[in-house]
Design a protein around this ligand. Structure first.
Ligand code: PGA
Length: 251
C-alpha cells in the first residue's frame, strides 16, 4: 500500500527530451533538488527508453515511474514493456490511462487490464481519468463516471487501496492558463469520491488518493494544492528543472 505522504508529485516527461544526453542533464539537476521527503513524494516518469540509463546507479529517494506497462506479461507482445522488465528497473509506479494514450485507442477495459498487470507486479498504477469537454448540463460527469467504473473493471476492494487516481481534464492539458478553478476542481473531486464510495464502500472510497493534472506550474501550484487533492501530475513543468524546483519549494 502506498504510504500517506502529504503530497504526491508525478513528473510525466511524456516523450521528452529527444536525447539521452538531455535526459541525463534533467535527471542530474532534479536529483540535486533539496526535497523534504516527509512532505513530498516525487515520482519521476521519464520515457522508458531512458529508464535504465537514468536509474542504473541511482540509489536516492526519488521514486521512478514508467509511462506504460503491457496489459499482461507475455513474451509475445512486440514493442511492449512487461511488468517484469519494470521490476528489473526498480520501477515502483506506472501511469495508465493517460488521455494521450486513450487518444491512440486504449479503451477503459484495456486500461483495467494494465492496472491488474501492474498490481500483479507490485507496481502502483496511477490511473488517469478526465473529461474531454465540460458542458453546462453535467454530461461530463456521466462520462467521468463511466470512465472510472470501466477502468476499474475487476479491481477489488483490496486492490483499489494500491491505486492512485489522477483527475486530468483533457481540455486543461497542455494549455497554459486553462487550469481549473479550485471551486470546480473540489466539486469534481467530490464527484469522483462519490463514484468510488458507491463502487466500493465509504471507508475504502474516501481513502483513495486523488491527484490533479493539467497545466500545473509554479505560479498555480499553491492554489491547486489548496483544493482537496493529494498531489499533482505535471507535464511540461516537469521537464524544466527550475520550474520543477520552484514547485517542490512551494510545497
Ligand atoms: P501539462 O500535462 O502539465 O503539460 O498540462 C499534464 C499531463 O498531461 O499529465
Amino acid at each position: 500500500m502506498i504510504k500517506t505522504y502529504p503530497k504526491i508529485i508525478v513528473a510525466n516527461w511524456k516523450s521528452n527530451p529527444d536525447s539521452l544526453f538531455e535526459a541525463k542533464k534533467i535527471f542530474d539537476t532534479v536529483k540535486k533538488i533539496k526535497v523534504n521527503y516527509k512532505k513530498v513524494l516525487p515520482i519521476i516518469c521519464p520515457p522508458v527508453i531512458f529508464l535504465e540509463n537514468l536509474t542504473k546507479k541511482y540509489r536516492g529517494n526519488l521514486k521512478i515511474g514508467s509511462q506504460n506497462i503491457s496489459y499482461m506479461d507475455s513474451s509475445e507482445l512486440t514493442g511492449e514493456i512487461s511488468g517484469k522488465m519494470l521490476n528489473d528497473m526498480r520501477v515502483k509506479y506506472v501511469i495508465v490511462g493517460h488521455s494521450e494514450r486513450r487518444m491512440m485507442g486504449e479503451s477503459n477495459i484495456f486500461i483495467s487490464q494494465k492496472i491488474l498487470n501492474a498490481l500483479k507486479n507490485k507496481i502502483t498504477p496511477i490511473l488517469c481519468v478526465g473529461e474531454n469537454v465540460r458542458d453546462n448540463g453535467g454530461e461530463f460527469l456521466r462520462f467521468l463516471e463511466k470512465q472510472i467504473i470501466e477502468s476499474l473493471t475487476n479491481i477489488s476492494k483490496e486492490n483499489i487501496k494500491n491505486i492512485v487516481i489522477a483527475y486530468e481534464p483533457v481540455w486543461a492539458i497542455g494549455e497554459k492558463g486553462h487550469t481549473m478553478d479550485v471551486h470546480d476542481l473540489n466539486q469534481t473531486i467530490l464527484f469522483i469520491k462519490k463514484v468510488l464510495v458507491e463502487k466500493y464502500d465509504r471507508k475504502t472510497g474516501l481513502a483513495i488518493k486523488i491527484l490533479y493534472g493539467g497545466s500545473v506550474y509554479d505560479e498555480n501550484i499553491s492554489e491547486i494544492l489548496s483544493a482537496d487533492v493529494n498531489g499533482v501530475i505535471l507535464g511540461r513543468a516537469s521537464i524544466n528543472p527550475s520550474v520543477f524546483n520552484n514547485i517542490l519549494k512551494k510545497i
